[in-house]
Design a protein around this ligand. Sequence first.
Ligand SMILES: Nc1ncnc2c1ncn2[C@@H]1O[C@H](COP(=O)(O)OP(=O)(O)OP(=O)(O)O)[C@@H](O)[C@H]1O
Ligand SMILES: [Mg+2]
Ligand SMILES: [Zn+2]
Length: 462
Amino acid sequence: MAKTLTFTCSACGAAHGKWSGRCDACGAWNTISEEAPLAAGPAKTSLGNRRGARIPLSDLSTEEAPPPRTRSGLGELDRVLGGGLVPASAILVGGDPGIGKSTLLLQAAAQFARAGLKAIYISGEEASAQVRMRARRLGLADAAVKLATETNLRNILTTLEAERPDIAIIDSIQTMWADHVESAPGSVSQVRAAAHELTTFAKRQGLSVVLVGHVTKEGQIAGPRVIEHMVDTVLYFEGERGHQFRILRAVKNRFGPAHEIGVFEMTGRGLAEVKNPSALFLGERSAPTAGSVVFAGIEGTRPLLCEIQALVSPAPQPQARRSVVGWDGSRLAMILAVLEARCGVGFAGLDVYLNVAGGLKISEPAADLAVAAALLSARENRALPADAVVFGEISLSGALRPVAQAENRLKEAVKLGFTKAIVPAGTKTGAQGGLKMAHFQDLGDVVGRFFGSAAPGADNGA
Ligand SMILES: Nc1ncnc2c1ncn2[C@@H]1O[C@H](COP(=O)(O)OP(=O)(O)OP(=O)(O)O)[C@@H](O)[C@H]1O
Ligand SMILES: [Mg+2]
Ligand SMILES: [Zn+2]
């Protein structure tokens, strides 16, 4: 029989046969530690020959009504859930310490209670008095939410079974302790076991559970990724601590589209919905600025304009810096390589900083052209028109590729007062009232038109 794997990565949950400094599964450092095996006693190697019960099978075509949903009334939350809360579902809300998870979920519990659901909030890390103080500050002191402080999973399940709530919030999964597992709270085995018990209990009892999970970098306690596969919906609450904006992002949803985002603002009275996020992420842009380009993006089903900023400066060290916030570092490397190889614009000996304003994280390749334009604009110290939006994917050959949902992107640009769009040739457009479109076949044409050098195709009227 194979030796039991007893080393586990607390970031991704991968099992390893021996200790090592870096997890090959997720690349995290110092996250692997020895873990007591889940069940004591000799492991069974097969099911043996006792027969199971025969399970009834049904057709794919069997009629299934869409799940009934309850809207919280917090529109940004309902959107991310796929249109409201589905009964008997398990939701994981992950986020950095202090980002506002407890605030969000206390507000959500109060809203769901207002919508007629029975809501219970169980805190494993704050005293009830602390939670009540937060509720008072948020103006939710009279919300019909039941509260308890507990970490013992057995007691929690017994209580939920007796109380039969519609929604239970467990803040946080890392503080829960299942007494049938012999390892410390927060360890991979404990977090897995507690999440497993809670999600199966939720399905059986028809209640929805929301598990709060701290994202940790140190690897001392298990991160939320360890249980992502067990739950129906995985939401991450993101934002920069210094900024007031918070983004709730669906990275997995069995009951709705993934990649949907909800945008909030952290205020003294809790999280407020942001109904027009484009306006927020653009801030107070008015004068044309070198290195700043507005990208017309799509997040989930919603168009979202944001500012991409680049700074290029001579590198004091032999090894030039490439620093990215809010975008993919390897995608930046690719664009720099294409600019160099296909357009003759080099960045050797230059430090490059790229930043998506407002703490937003973008993953669309549609941002390629906006990133390239920001880099060029910073390098040449020449601004694009302040009232232009940019989008398009760049291929390794330097050709520009049209992207999905061009019309939605352009409509949002018009709505926010932009008058020009720089897009790949072949971009499908409808009647974009008053928007002047500049189509380009190739990244080299964009360089030629806006950033000087003698590239071909230089008369495109933007
Ligand atoms: N009195 C206050 N007035 C205004 N904002 C406050 C106040 N107290 C806390 N906050 C805000 O709420 C944030 C903390 O929110 P919350 O406790 O919901 O975060 P969390 O993600 O649950 O943190 P933890 O990791 O501690 O569980 C703080 O960073 C702060 O911005
Ligand atoms: Mg908290
Ligand atoms: Zn790992």
